[in-house]
Write a protein that binds this ligand. Structure first.
Ligand code: C2E
Ligand code: CA
Ligand code: CA
Length: 552
């Protein structure tokens, strides 16, 4: 160090500090003249943390004293690298001790300004104190979901490209059940700490709900994040020791590269959550990246989802239901219909459900859309019932709807609101519901079936455990997926499978509906099996209500 700072350099420091303070509103600002290691810090920081003065020599070391012992090494390494000229700045998270002795979680972002020769001259930045905003998870000390959304929002507003990764520990209930809640908590803390160390100053770590964590990074590339996740996954797969017990943990992860700033934080989160769910359900924990390619309309997929998502809030503008007839296998007369959702607007045209349902079904807003679908279908079906008293309307449900504690009440409320007779409503669910608590599902079935509502198992045979769920729940109908009958005319194995499936249905006293009947030959073959009803393009594609009524 060259000695004490001359007056003119102090004046420069002060004016630069003022400039920094203007842009970094709501945070603590620090600026260091690296040549003299002389810094100025915000008065608010000095007061909150009990620092010696606004002006300090060796502020880095003084500040380090305030940093939580567990976070100190990472901080020290980062400052060291900056002063040695090896690093151009940092973006990190640590806990800092207030004057009162409590720790606040802080995120600290700083940059190095170099002189004309490229030597580090100033180091300045801003520290955001999250502890003061209640954005901290009490268990792990990490920023919580509110903090996550706050930061995500800021990145979007400032157009900073980031990679966002969401991690989760699978099957954590077992850990709690086996070793108790306190032990489980320590595992979660340890996981949080490990992530924090692991991510270092490459990004911020958050604890989301339950056993989910997230990382937002501006510096790591997608490839780096994938590589890091694989290493992390392997580390936990080998087993960690907590309180002397060896624990093997399975992880899942989803990734979103955010480079479109016209979307809001909720839409981005939905897409991230979707990728995470896919990793967990379909990919055995392999990292799944949300594939934000351009859509058929040559638009960003995230943006399209955002428009669709916003329509839910705007009185479901653009959403409508189509109806596909369900016919009796014997008489081939219409006995019911399945309601199928569509969305349309001028810009994107007609969008089929598989472009938005799988992504939005984990979105909190989906609950509203699900209710709207049920209500609209009941209102429409009531018009048909007036002339066709045996008509049954089938409505698709997402597992996220069933998870809501007030699901049964919601359905009953809609029945009385619309005056729709319960016996004419059939709810279709898929095997994916096995992810929900079985006791909860059984309760829903018992309650609603007592009122006369029917349940169908959709897409039978396509999931991992179609058989398991048929055994557990009392379905009125099993719908055989069209993938099993597509080649039934030529493929003997498909005929054998249909024989097997109808046998299963019979064992559990359920009726059978076959989907995807496209030709006369298909239906003739299938009529030889104990099948109750058919659905398919051979009879009709999904059509609007008016057309459906006219065709009847
Ligand atoms: P799903 O419930 O299995 O619906 C049957 C799908 O098969 C419909 O596609 C229908 O148009 C199509 N389909 C019917 N007959 C034939 C045929 O003979 N050949 C062929 N190739 N396809 C046929 P859609 O309407 O595109 O719906 C796709 C999926 O989106 C549905 O599969 C369902 O999982 C979901 N979905 C649709 N509407 C809703 C809804 O209101 N709520 C929820 N949660 N999901 C919905
Ligand atoms: Ca269906
Ligand atoms: Ca189906």
């Amino acid at each position: 160090m060259e000695n004490r700072i001359p007056e003119d350099r102090k004046r420069i420091l002060d004016s630069l500090f003022e400039a920094f303070s203007i842009v970094a509103e709501g945070t603590y600002v620090y600026l260091c003249d690296m040549r003299y290691d002389f810094s100025r810090w915000s008065k608010t920081a000095v007061d909150s943390f009990g620092l010696p003065s606004e002006y300090m020599y060796g502020a880095g070391e003084i500040w380090e004293e305030h940093i939580h012992p567990e976070d100190r090494d990472t901080y020290h390494a980062s400052i060291d690298a900056i002063f040695k000229g090896e690093d151009g700045g940092h973006d990190m998270q640590y806990r800092a001790r207030r004057q009162s002795g409590e720790y606040d979680v802080c995120t600290c972002k700083g940059v190095v300004l170099t002189d004309a020769e490229g030597k580090p001259e100033y180091f300045g930045g801003a520290i955001r104190n999250h502890g003061m905003h209640g954005n901290v998870d009490a268990l792990t000390g990490l920023r919580n979901q509110y903090g996550f959304f706050e930061d995500l929002h800021n990145h979007i507003v400032k157009n900073t490209e980031v990679n966002i990764c969401m991690f989760g520990i699978n099957g954590f209930t077992q850990v709690n059940e086996m070793y108790g809640y306190n032990f489980g908590n320590r595992v979660l803390q340890k996981f949080g700490r490990y992530l924090l160390e692991y991510v270092g100053n490459h990004g911020s770590v958050y604890r989301m709900d339950g056993t989910k964590y997230a990382v937002i990074s501006r510096t790591q590339t997608t490839e780096e994040m994938i590589r890091n996740y694989d290493a992390l996954r392997e580390y936990y797969h080998k087993g960690i020791v907590v309180d002397g017990k060896l624990l093997i943990l399975d992880l899942s992860a989803g990734l979103l590269h955010l480079d479109n700033f016209d979307v809001d934080d909720q839409t981005a989160y939905s897409c991230l959550n979707f990728a995470y769910g896919e990793s967990k359900i379909r990919r055995q924990g392999e990292l799944v990246e949300f594939y934000n390619d351009l859509t058929d309309e040559n638009r960003d997929r995230l943006e399209k989802l955002q428009v669709i998502r916003n329509s839910i809030v705007q009185a479901y503008q653009g959403f409508f239901l189509l109806y596909q007839p369900v016919v009796s296998a014997k008489s081939e007369k219409v006995i019911g219909a399945e309601a199928l959702i569509r969305w349309r607007n001028e810009e994107y045209g007609m969008v089929p459900p598989d472009h938005f349902i799988p992504i939005l079904e984990r979105d909190p807003l989906f609950i509203n859309l699900g209710r709207w679908i049920l209500k609209t279908a009941m209102e429409d079906a009531k018009k048909i019932l007036a002339d066709y008293p045996n008509f049954v309307i089938n409505v698709n449900l997402s597992y996220a709807q069933l998870e809501k504690p007030d699901f049964v009440d919601m359905v009953l409320e809609l029945l009385s609101e619309t005056g729709f007779p319960a016996e004419h409503l059939c709810l279709e669910i898929t095997e994916r519901c096995r992810l929900l608590d079985m006791t909860l599902l059984k309760n829903i079935f018992v309650n609603l079936q007592a009122r006369g509502i029917k349940f169908a198992l959709d897409d039978f045979g396509t999931g991992f455990s179609s058989m398991g769920i048929v055994k557990e729940l009392n379905f009125d109908t099993i719908k055989i997926d069209r993938s099993f009958v597509q080649n039934i005319e030529a493929d003997k194995r498909e005929r054998e499978l249909v024989g097997f499936f109808t046998g299963v249905a019979d064992t559990f006293g359920a009726k059978v509906c076959v989907e995807g009947i496209e030709t006369c030959e298909m239906k003739t073959i299938l009529q030889q099996y104990p099948v109750t009803s058919f659905q398919g393009y051979y009879y009709s594609k999904p059509i609007p209500l008016e057309q459906f009524i006219a065709a009847l």
